[in-house]
Design a protein around this ligand. Structure first.
Ligand SMILES: CC(=O)CC(=O)C(=O)O
Ligand SMILES: [Mg+2]
Length: 231
C-alpha cells in the first residue's frame, strides 16, 4: 500500500512512451487481428506528446487516421525486472491518452513486415490529459473509457476488459526495458476505433474523472493543392 504522501504526489511525465496493442478482445476482433498470448509492445517518440490547445495533425500520406482512447499509466519509480506483485508500487499516477494511428500506413507496414513507427509515432500522435493522481483512480483495472467525435459516441469501454492487467504489463515491459520515473505506458484501446478527418473534434474521458478535447487538422492540404496545380 502506498504511503499517504505518495497518493497525492504529482509526477512530471513526458519521457518514453511504451504502448500495448490488442489488449481488448473486441478491439482485436474488429480489426481482424488475433488475440495475443503475450503483450504486444510498440513505442512512440517523445515528440508525439501534445496537450489540450494543440491540434492533432494528420501525417503526410495518411488517408485514414484513427482514434484510440486509452488509459495511460505514469511510472513513479524506476524499475527493471519488476515482480508482478510489486508492480503497482511503480505507478505514480495516470493520464487519459489517445493513441492516434495512421491506420492505412499501419496496414501497409504490416503487409510488408515493417515496423509501425510512422503509423503510430508521428508528431502529435499522443494527446494526453493533465496528470491524474493515484488517489483519483483507486481501481485502474475497472475504469470507463469513452470517446466521442463531434458529439457522437464512438468508444465506450472499461479497463476491466483488458486481457493483460496493469501489474502484468509493467512486469512484462520491465523485463525488456527499464521503466523510468516519468515514462508513460498506454494500456491499449477498447473497441469502436474509427476514422477522423480534418475539422473533427475528438472528446474523450475516463468516466467523469478526466475529459479532454482535440481538433484534427491537415497540415499537408496545401501540399496536395500545390501538387494538383502542377498536374
Ligand atoms: C491494432 C493496434 O493499432 C493496436 C493498438 O494500438 C491497440 O490499442 O490495440
Ligand atoms: Mg492503441
Amino acid at each position: 500500500m502506498a504511503a499517504p504522501g505518495k497518493l497525492t504526489r504529482f509526477y512530471e511525465f513526458g519521457k518514453k512512451i511504451i504502448c500495448i496493442g490488442r489488449n481488448y478482445r473486441e478491439h482485436a476482433a474488429e480489426l481482424g487481428n488475433p488475440v495475443p498470448t503475450e503483450p504486444l509492445l510498440f513505442s512512440k517518440p517523445t515528440t508525439a506528446y501534445i496537450r489540450e490547445g494543440q491540434n492533432i495533425q494528420i501525417p503526410r500520406g495518411c488517408s485514414s487516421l484513427h482514434h484510440e482512447v486509452e488509459l495511460g499509466v505514469v511510472i513513479g519509480k524506476t524499475g527493471k525486472n519488476i515482480h508482478p506483485g510489486r508492480a503497482m508500487n511503480h505507478v505514480g499516477g495516470y493520464v487519459l491518452a489517445l493513441d492516434m494511428t495512421a491506420r492505412d500506413l499501419q496496414a501497409k507496414a504490416k503487409k510488408k513486415g515493417h515496423p509501425w513507427l510512422i503509423a503510430k509515432g508521428f508528431d502529435t500522435s499522443c494527446p494526453v490529459s493533465e496528470f491524474i493522481p493515484l488517489k483519483m483512480i483507486p481501481d485502474p483495472n475497472s475504469v470507463q473509457l469513452w470517446l466521442k467525435v463531434n458529439g457522437a459516441t464512438r468508444q465506450d469501454g472499461t479497463t476491466a476488459d483488458m486481457i493483460f492487467g496493469i501489474a502484468e504489463l509493467l512486469s512484462y515491459i520491465s523485463t525488456y526495458f527499464t521503466l523510468e520515473e516519468g515514462d508513460l505506458v498506454l494500456t491499449g484501446t477498447p473497441s469502436g476505433v474509427g476514422e477522423v478527418v480534418e475539422g473533427d473534434v475528438i472528446t474523450c474521458g475516463l468516466g467523469n474523472l478526466a475529459e479532454m478535447s482535440f481538433s484534427v487538422e491537415n497540415p499537408h492540404k496545401r501540399d496536395r493543392i500545390q501538387l494538383s496545380s502542377v498536374d
